[in-house]
Design a protein around this ligand. Structure first.
Ligand SMILES: [Zn+2]
Ligand SMILES: [Zn+2]
Length: 136
């Protein structure tokens, strides 16, 4: 991990942001229906950081939902523009998961894990992810 690296994730209007120090500990994509609805896109893009490596700014609204695992996820989003910027999981409170697109930064490392591949839209061919580790 390069602690000198710092990236800022932000909502569409810019008032809610999360500064993230160092490289992410995991980058994944998820094809589940909840991620499709949250993003409006065919899959979600999750970038995990240790909780101590991130610093929020701005006003966040909160949405808690129960995942298929039965454990809760707490989403933080902008009350003005509605963009989800990050979330935390009851399952692993030491991690903060950031919406990949919120960085608008092409230097992010590519995903190494794919979740809910069974719900992937067939037209989303991902040749760059040929070596990706897939979970149900
Ligand atoms: Zn906003
Ligand atoms: Zn998902």
């Amino acid at each position: 991990m390069d602690a000198a690296v710092s990236r800022r994730a932000a909502c569409a209007c810019g008032q809610l942001a999360l500064d993230c120090r160092g490289e992410p500990v995991r980058v994944s994509i998820c094809h589940c229906h909840d991620c499709q609805r949250r993003t409006g896109a065919p899959f979600g893009w999750q970038v995990r950081f240790p909780a101590e490596a991130v610093a929020p700014s701005g006003e966040a609204a909160h949405f808690r939902r129960t995942a298929d695992s039965g454990r809760a996820i707490d989403f933080r989003f902008c009350p003005r523009c509605g963009s989800t910027v990050w979330w935390t999981m009851d399952r692993d409170p030491g991690l903060v998961v950031v919406a990949g697109g919120a960085f608008a930064d092409a230097t992010l490392p590519p995903p190494s894990v794919e979740v809910y591949a069974a719900r992937r839209h067939g037209w989303t061919a991902m040749p760059a992810l040929a070596g990706i580790e897939s979970h149900p």
